[in-house]
Ligand binder design. Structure first.
Ligand code: KIV
Length: 267
């Protein structure tokens, strides 16, 4: 049975942290589904799958295509689809229209959008319309260009208080969980202590109620160097490189396909 946003919300302060991974394509999603509580179809797919420089060029239709693929491939994890830049920030009504489109087309369990207090009215409207929302505060990838680069948050007491206010605002608006990205560790811990919905950290704190990483990062597929907060658990770059080299070598030596791979091979 698929986990629901309500199941995820109940995991606040649970002994076992929530496991969240990004997923974009069928074969990877099928494997990750065995291990994740939440699979996030993140707009990081702009860079990871499409080679874009940022998430800003990602469209709703791209998110929907990948959301559908991940839904088809999975049965267990709660599937959350990111709302891309330019599809929800103008007004709560715009956010609702876009989120309804994503939910209807993909059948996913929830959407995620970036922003704290400023996004609370949009989150509240989505929740009133039965669309579960995962919020995202701290370092916001969709705002990186406007802010002039990746800037770690929570470096001052004032900034920590602002982040806590953001977290409380998205909680009050009805978000079932919140991603905290790119903060000083103590800031993420303070936010986690201040709210009663689960926090999911990325470059944040082990005290968060869960952790998320971009799967291509922890699988060792994205080019080096990777961000400081990424732990690489596999070296798929070398696994794929080795397999492709072996395949190419056998073709060039006319060793593949050998008789076992042929239909009605001549004796
Ligand atoms: O788009 C994404 O992959 C994300 C995670 C990094 C949290 O938002």
């Amino acid at each position: 049975m698929r986990k629901t946003p309500r199941d995820i919300q109940k995991r606040k302060n649970a002994p076992q942290p929530l496991v969240c991974m990004t997923a974009y394509t069928v074969n990877i999603a099928r494997i990750l589904d065995r291990h994740a509580d939440i699979l996030l179809v993140g707009d990081s797919l702009g860079m990871v799958i499409y080679g874009m420089e940022s998430t800003l060029g990602v469209t709703l239709d791209m998110m929907i295509a990948h959301g559908k693929a991940v839904m088809r491939a999975t049965q267990r994890a709660c599937i959350v689809v990111d709302m891309p830049y330019g599809t929800y920030e103008d007004s709560p009504a715009q956010a609702l229209k876009s989120a309804q489109y994503v939910m209807h087309e993909t059948g996913c369990d929830a959407v995620k959008l970036e922003g704290g207090a400023a996004m609370a009215p949009a989150i509240a409207l989505l929740v009133q319309n039965n669309i579960p929302v995962m919020a995202h505060i701290g370092l916001l990838p969709q705002s990186v260009e406007r802010e002039g680069g990746y800037k770690i948050k929570g470096k001052t007491e004032e900034d920590i208080q602002r982040l806590i206010a953001d977290a409380k605002a998205v909680e009050a608006a009805g978000a079932f969980s919140v991603v905290i990205e790119g903060t000083i560790e103590g800031a993420a811990t303070a936010i986690t202590d201040a709210i009663s919905i689960p926090t999911i950290g990325i470059g944040a704190s082990p005290q968060c109620d869960g952790q998320v990483l971009v799967s291509d990062d922890f699988l060792g597929l994205t080019p080096l160097p990777r961000a400081k907060f990424v732990k690489t658990y596999a070296d798929l770059e070398n696994v794929i490189d080795g397999a492709a080299a072996a395949f190419a070598t056998e073709i060039r030596a006319r060793q593949f396909p050998s008789t076992e791979f042929l239909y009605g091979a001549r004796k």
